[in-house]
Design a protein around this ligand. Structure first.
Ligand code: SAM
Length: 286
């Protein structure tokens, strides 16, 4: 039997009323009510029957329903304890979905997703977008594609190039592991309630190999963090704040071909890689 589409204002209102659910602002609950956008997310993720998908924050099952209809094998993680019961009704027609109640930042994603590659598809709760994205990237999980709705400013930071105001540690992390592309622009009216910000769906295709060769990934991200720690810090001062000796700093930057007075926001990923690899080598030679 054809199921009513949850991504619809009337259907969503009905579900909220029927289960007496008051949406929580604190949990970033802005549910999609635009079936075109929901389908756009599924298309951006290129969902094929049998694809393993992790959905973060299913809410009342709006996007989940479309993923199920596309034939994905869906695992959802939802923090709000009131929702699994509601989801068992709204998604009762589907046997290709599993709901786990928990915090996406605390559950063991590798364990719940098991072996084999999977995709992440989500309309993220905006209050913890960056920690979630970093968690997905840094854990070295077998993820092939991350398709997420985020606030427009975050999408701009994810896809930013060196030199601009939006370029920072998030740009480097996302672009080191993935190739991010803006898939859809989404206005506030596509949600209930409408958020105060514009939204964007970003499609991050995970690279088979990270963008640059590193001797020590931890060292690379320490340098990146130090360089963007204080926006106007020079590279010289950034490395100083990491406790690197001043003579070594001069030597490392000269070898990497980076002027000590340059600031983090002007450095390319290759330049960050060169600095961190020379630092790692120096540490190994000590
Ligand atoms: N997927 C639904 C949709 O598109 O309409 C709901 C998206 S809503 C923007 C974000 C969802 O994430 C909410 O259902 C919220 O309860 C859930 N959430 C918030 N924090 C979470 C966390 N730490 N772990 C898992 N889910 C979380």
């Amino acid at each position: 039997m054809k199921q009513p589409t949850i991504a619809d204002k009337k259907v969503t209102k009905y579900i909220l009323q029927r289960f007496g659910l008051h949406m929580s602002k604190r949990l970033g609950q802005n549910f999609l009510i635009d079936a075109g956008i929901v389908q756009g997310i599924v298309d951006a993720a290129d969902i094929q029957p049998g694809d393993k998908v992790l959905e973060i924050g299913p809410g009342i099952g709006t996007l989940t329903q479309a993923l199920c209809e596309a034939g994905a094998d869906v695992t959802c993680v939802e923090l709000d304890k009131r929702l699994p019961e509601i989801l068992s009704h709204t998604l009762e027609a589907y046997d290709n979905v599993r709901i786990i109640q928990g915090d996406i930042l605390k559950v063991d994603i590798a364990e719940i997703m098991g072996d084999g590659p999977f995709k992440v598809v989500a309309n993220l709760p905006y209050y913890i977008t960056t920690p979630i994205i970093m968690e997905l990237l840094e854990k070295h999980l077998p993820i092939t594609d991350i398709v997420v709705m985020v606030q427009k400013e975050v999408a701009e930071r994810m896809a930013a190039n060196p030199g601009g105001k939006t370029y920072g540690a998030l740009s480097i992390a996302v672009q080191y592991y993935t190739i991010p592309e803006i898939a859809l622009h989404v206005p506030p009216r596509s949600f209930m309630p409408p958020p105060e910000v514009d939204s964007v769906v970003v499609d991050c295709k995970v690279r088979p190999q990270p963008a640059v060769d590193l001797i020590d990934e931890k060292m690379f991200f320490r340098v990146v963090k130090a360089a963007f720690g204080q926006r106007r810090k020079t590279l010289n001062n950034a490395l100083k704040s990491m406790g690197v000796d001043k003579n070594i700093i001069a030597d490392v930057l000269a070898k990497a071909g980076v002027e000590p007075t340059r600031r983090g926001e002007t450095l390319t990923m290759d330049e960050f890689a060169a600095i961190s690899n020379i630092l790692s080598q120096t540490a190994m030679e000590k």
